[in-house]
Structures are given as C-alpha cells and as structure tokens.
Design a binder for this molecule. Structure first.
Ligand SMILES: CC(C)(COP(=O)(O)OP(=O)(O)OC[C@H]1O[C@@H](n2cnc3c(N)ncnc32)[C@H](O)[C@@H]1OP(=O)(O)O)[C@@H](O)C(=O)NCCC(=O)NCCS
Length: 220
C-alpha cells in the first residue's frame, strides 16, 4: 500500500515537531505545509512548500492528500477546532499519529486529527475523540474519556474514570483525581491538582486547585 500523502497545517515549531514525528515514526509522506495567507512568512518550511490555506484545494485537493492540524491550545483549543471544522467541511480527511514510543493497548480508540506523543500512556478502556492532542509522558488512565478538541499537556496524570469534555485544556503536570468530570472549555493551569469537578470555562490553578477569575482568558 502506498504511503498517505499528508499536508500539515501551520509552519510553527509545533508543525516542525509534527513533521519530524511523521517523517521518522510513521509510514506517511509529508508533502507540504499550509498556513492562513495572513500568516504566511515564507514559501518553504522544513524544505517543503508552504501553500496558502485559501489555495490548498486547488494545489492539493481532498482526494489527493489528508491533513494533520497540530495546533496548540490557543483560545482554549478553539482555533484548532475552527481550522479542523473548516477543513472537514471542504472535504478533507485527517490522519492521526500515535507515537511508536507511546504506551498503548490493542483496544485503543482514537479519532481523526489526533496526536499521541512519545511516552504518553493510554490505558485500556480509555476513549479519545477527534482533534485531540496528548503530549509526551501524559498518563490517561483506564475508562477515561477525552472528548473532541481536548489538549492534554506533557506529564499530566488523568486518573481512572475521568471524563474530560470538549475543548478542555489540561496543563503541564496537572493531576486530575480519579472519577472527576472536567467541564467543556475548562482551563487547568500548569501544575494544578484537581480534586473536584470543574465548571464550564472555569480557569483553575494551585494545589488543591481553585477557580480564578481570568480577565484575559480570551488570550489563553
Ligand atoms: C494559569 C495561566 C494561564 C495564568 O497565566 P497568566 O494570566 O499569564 O498569569 P501570570 O503569569 O500573569 O501570573 C499571575 C499570578 O498567578 C500565578 N500563577 C500563574 N499560573 C499559575 C499556575 N499554573 N499555578 C499557580 N500559580 C500560577 C503567578 O505566579 C502570578 O502570581 P502573583 O500575582 O502572586 O505573582 C498560566 O500560568 C498557565 O498555567 N498556563 C498553562 C501553561 C501550560 O501548561 N502549557 C502547556 C504547554 S504544552
């Protein structure tokens, strides 16, 4: 079977990381990057062409390539969600990447446009939606569910039976006690130890974690 031809959205350091992972740890062939024309800063990235997203379907139509959108958690994952939904509405399909160095099991269920990085552990019975990023060394325990558009940062520990709703952000090294429900678009700051359920769009920090008002939350 021939390799899937892939276009990566973005030309950032995170896009470079995705390109490196696919090149060294997958059967996919990255053929180009694509960026919103307003953010074009060059025509070449990692030796490959950068195509304005507005022109992508003319140059790399949906029946020729699949996409990967390895964006971060800006606007509490809203930006990645918007780009994913736009590309999907244009007919694009998406690959997912699961690192060969991740600890996963035969029942792994991962949606499209997901990235599971090295040394992440996804235990049996965990379920992962679409457009989810699980960074290096994170632990997603048994019977957890990560809904679509979630971002789990490096070293976070998600206890058993935790349910993480759409677009929630789990920061570096966060601990989520077993059985919690993390509400949509919750933002759990780096190092927080979450011992109770969260509220929609709540921002939490500290140990034990407490909700803070975050005046500039549109910037996170
Ligand atoms: C919670 C967060 C969004 C706050 O960002 P911010 O608004 O820029 O906050 P500031 O850096 O101005 O800090 C404001 C105060 O909160 C404290 N604070 C900020 N983040 C904190 C955190 N995660 N835990 C505990 N205290 C924190 C600061 O020490 C500061 O305290 P002070 O007023 O007593 O000096 C941010 O610190 C954070 O945790 N982001 C997530 C980072 C992450 O995990 N990235 C993943 C990379 S892959």
């Amino acid at each position: 079977m021939s390799a899937t031809r892939v276009v990566i959205f973005g030309a950032s350091t995170f896009s470079s990381l995705a390109w490196y992972c696919l090149t060294h740890d997958s059967d996919h062939e990255v053929v180009a990057f694509t960026v919103d024309s307003a953010f074009m800063s060059g025509r070449v990235h990692e030796g490959l062409p950068v195509v304005p997203f507005e022109e992508l379907s003319a140059v790399y139509p949906p029946d020729d390539v699949q996409l990967l959108i390895p964006m971060g958690y800006q606007q509490i994952n809203g930006l990645r969600r918007a780009r994913y939904e736009t590309a999907k509405s244009q007919g694009y399909r998406f690959i997912s990447y699961v690192s060969g160095r991740a600890g996963v099991w035969p029942d792994l269920q991962v949606g499209e446009n997901c990235m599971i990085f090295d040394h992440a552990i996804i235990q049996p019975f965990a379920r992962i939606g679409d457009n989810v990023i699980v960074r290096s060394g994170a632990i997603v325990s048994h019977h957890c569910s990560l809904a679509s558009h979630v971002f789990v940062s490096a070293g976070a520990h998600v206890g058993g039976n935790v349910s993480v709703a759409e677009q929630a952000f789990i920061g570096l090294g966060v601990v989520l006690k077993h059985g919690l429900t993390i509400a949509p678009r919750s933002f759990i700051g780096a190092g927080a130890v979450m011992l109770a359920d969260t509220e929609t769009e709540g921002v939490y920090i500290g140990n034990p974690a407490r909700r803070i008002s975050h005046a500039a939350r549109e910037t996170i």
